[in-house]
Design a protein around this ligand. Structure first.
Ligand SMILES: Cc1cc2nc3c(=O)[nH]c(=O)nc-3n(C[C@H](O)[C@H](O)[C@H](O)COP(=O)(O)OP(=O)(O)OC[C@H]3O[C@@H](n4cnc5c(N)ncnc54)[C@H](O)[C@@H]3O)c2cc1C
Length: 349
């Protein structure tokens, strides 16, 4: 089979992959994105909060925004807590991912849906497999792995973000509109937290925490108890309208460049190890990966790819490493919940 060639093959059409595609296509690259899902952004695996300043930087309008929020309230088991300004937007995450992909397509990037990057050959070519079973060989000059927390591309580099936190979420009807997000901390939520994020007339109610055995199944009973508690305090009503879940990386990789492969977003652990927020960093690091890949091709110098590591580390390295350290303390000292939680959770800063 003759390989299909392209400048840059991007694996995964989440925020990191589509942002890389936008940047590289703008720089005149021949870009191909493969996405295993038949529909971009579906199912949503996200609590759908993004910080307000980020939306301004995107230059994509606000078609995906559901509502504004102004503050984040953190609530402890005894009902006490704290409040901090956290201006942001609750979004339709599927529409957000689709808007990014549409922008990349408008700029000339090719997208193949229902197509999985299956294998990398010794020659550095990538075998892609369509849902129909048809396979093709792609011969890219550079690969960007933006394939999420269980990145196959990362495994080709013999690395992985193995430290993953399971998270599950229900959509429930809100009893009254809310203009803030709520975070619930409890000794029962080992190394994690519960959340109530308003989304118009509904709310995303979820729980992400460490759980060694049967991760997603294991935390569901605790989420159900948490939902019951919110029902009793009259925040939500009725039965869940839908549910979702996923894994959240809890540790950034040391580096994200391996030969002609760049990793971006959850694939590189570009996710805040304490809060689990990753959309903003996925977009930012995706853009950087796309730009350095294009620069390296234009200047015929793969050595330039190492600048991607310098740039994302410069911008996010300290924050991610510090949060990673806080996570370590949290997990080690969790039995002393009352003493440590205020120094580890961002709301008490
Ligand atoms: C329950 C939950 C709640 C969250 N809430 C928030 C929040 O409120 N705010 C926030 O900022 N972050 C949140 N996050 C984190 C955020 O969703 C991620 O950090 C973000 O999606 C990372 O984007 P990405 O592009 O790196 O990866 P993804 O969005 O995971 O995209 C990766 C894409 O790659 C595709 N893919 C995977 N393997 C292959 C393959 N072999 N071939 C082809 N395609 C492949 C996948 O189908 C997927 O579409 C949450 C995460 C979870 C699980």
């Amino acid at each position: 089979m003759k390989p299909v060639t392209c400048d840059i093959l991007i694996i995964g059409a989440g925020p990191a992959g589509s942002s890389a595609a936008i940047t590289a296509a703008k720089m005149g690259m021949d870009v191909l994105v493969v996405e295993q899902r038949p529909e971009i952004g579906v199912p949503v695996q996200c609590a759908e909060y993004i910080p307000a300043p980020f939306v301004g930087q995107l230059n994509m309008g606000t078609g995906f925004v559901v509502q504004k929020v102004s503050k984040m309230r953190t609530i402890l088991p005894d009902g006490s807590g704290t409040e901090m300004a956290a201006p942001g937007f609750m979004i339709h995450r599927d529409r957000f991912d689709q808007a990014l992909a549409e922008k990349a397509i408008d700029l000339g990037a090719g997208f193949l849906l229902s197509t999985k990057a299956a294998k990398r050959t010794e020659k550095g070519q990538v075998i892609i497999k369509k849902a129909s079973g048809e396979t093709r060989i792609i011969g890219p000059r550079i690969i960007i792995g933006a394939d999420g927390p269980r990145s196959r591309t990362a495994s080709w580099c013999a690395v992985s973000t193995r430290d993953l936190l399971p998270a599950i979420q229900y959509s429930l009807r809100l009893r009254a509109p809310m203009d803030h997000t709520e975070i619930y901390l409890s000794p029962e939520f080992y190394g994690g937290y519960g959340w109530l994020f308003p989304k118009g007339e509904t709310a995303n109610v979820g729980l992400g925490m460490k759980h060694r055995n049967a991760p997603l199944k294991g935390i569901r009973p605790l989420l159900l108890e948490f939902v019951e508690q919110l029902r009793k305090t009259d925040k939500i009503e009725g039965q869940p309208l839908g549910s979702t879940g996923g894994m959240i990386p809890a540790a950034p990789l040391e580096k994200a460049v391996y030969g002609n492969i760049l990793l971006a977003g959850d694939a590189a652990g570009h996710t805040h190890p304490v809060t689990g927020a990753g959309v903003f960093t996925a977009v930012s690091c995706g853009r950087m990966a796309g730009r350095w890949a294009a620069e390296a091709i234009k200047k015929k110098n793969l050595g330039l790819l190492s600048k991607y590591d310098h740039e994302w580390r410069d911008l996010f390295g300290r924050t991610l490493d510090r949060a990673r350290e806080k996570r370590r303390i949290m997990e080690r000292e969790w039995t002393r919940f009352d003493q440590i939680i205020k120094s580890c959770w961002i709301g008490f800063r």
